[in-house]
Design a protein around this ligand. Structure first.
Ligand code: ADP
Ligand code: ADP
Length: 235
């Protein structure tokens, strides 16, 4: 079966179906851009894949973990935790802990969730900061880093958990184009390394040149999908 399989996912907010019966199968190593107007449900869909939002109905499998959702019955916490661990998530607003340094932000969950030793976690943090070009910022606090640097720290933090899948929710939206390009370069490298990725984005160049599939969401549904050149015509 596919590496990630979402089947007939529904997520309601009150009466409104933010995600309306969406199914999607993703193979290992696929890089998928999710595009569509604001309010279409891109963010909610990614959050459902990471179980930051619990779908009202449908089923989700990632790797060997599978969860079925039904109204009125919450899935087992341990199962949610196992599935969530497979997916690293990067948000528009970085979401770093302000009172922790860059390195400490990256070490925290490694120790708490994966049970790594302080030395192991520190070593991994240093190597990931190096990988995103921020070795010099290990001991800086988020407030001492630019937006682009904070986002690279957030990417390193997600990678530190050794996820099988990375979800990006408009990772460059709050940034100047020049700075956004740095983030896109890090993401492109990650894509080239074989990471499975879903990216909600308005970056059409990135969607066209880096992803191997583009999904168009409107009103909580996938209305079109295909290879970038099929979906997106040259301007
Ligand atoms: P997009 O990421 O495509 O901009 P969102 O997933 O953020 O879209 O939102 C989809 C729809 O769900 C919107 O109508 C939005 O207002 C609504 N929505 C998202 N999150 C919530 C929430 N926590 N409570 C109520 N409505 C929400
Ligand atoms: P994004 O586009 O990244 O989803 P938003 O500003 O739409 O950012 O949402 C920020 C937060 O507010 C999210 O946690 C989202 O779930 C929540 N949210 C979005 N729309 C609504 C809404 N209509 N009512 C309540 N919460 C919402």
């Amino acid at each position: 079966r596919p590496f990630l399989n979402a089947e007939r996912i529904v997520k309601r907010f009150g009466e409104h179906r933010a995600i309306d019966d969406v199914s999607l199968a993703v193979g290992r190593g696929e890089v998928i851009s999710v595009i569509g107007p604001s309010g279409a449900g891109k963010s909610t869909f990614l959050r459902c894949l990471n179980l930051l939002e619990l779908p009202d109905s449908g089923a989700l499998s990632i790797g060997d973990e599978e969860i079925e959702f039904a109204e009125g019955s919450a899935p087992a916490r341990a199962q949610v935790a196992r599935l969530r661990r497979q997916a690293g998530m990067v948000f528009q607003s970085f979401n770093l802990f302000p009172h922790l340094t860059a390195a400490q932000n990256i070490e925290l969950a490694q120790k708490r969730v994966l049970g790594r030793s302080a030395d192991e976690a520190r070593e991994r943090a240093r190597s990931l900061l190096d990988r995103v070009g921020l070795a010099a910022k290990a001991d800086a606090y988020p407030s001492q880093c630019s937006g682009g640097q904070q986002q690279r720290i957030a990417i390193a933090r997600a990678l530190a958990m050794d996820p099988e899948l990375m979800l990006f929710d408009e990772p460059t939206s709050g940034l100047d184009p020049e700075v956004g390009a740095e983030i896109l370069a890090v993401m492109r490298e990650l894509a080239d390394s074989g990471m499975t990725m879903l990216i909600a984005t308005h970056e059409m160049e990135f969607a066209r040149h880096v992803s191997n599939r583009v999904i168009v969401m409107v009103d909580g549904a996938i209305v079109e999908q295909g290879q970038p050149e099929q979906i997106m015509t040259e301007p």
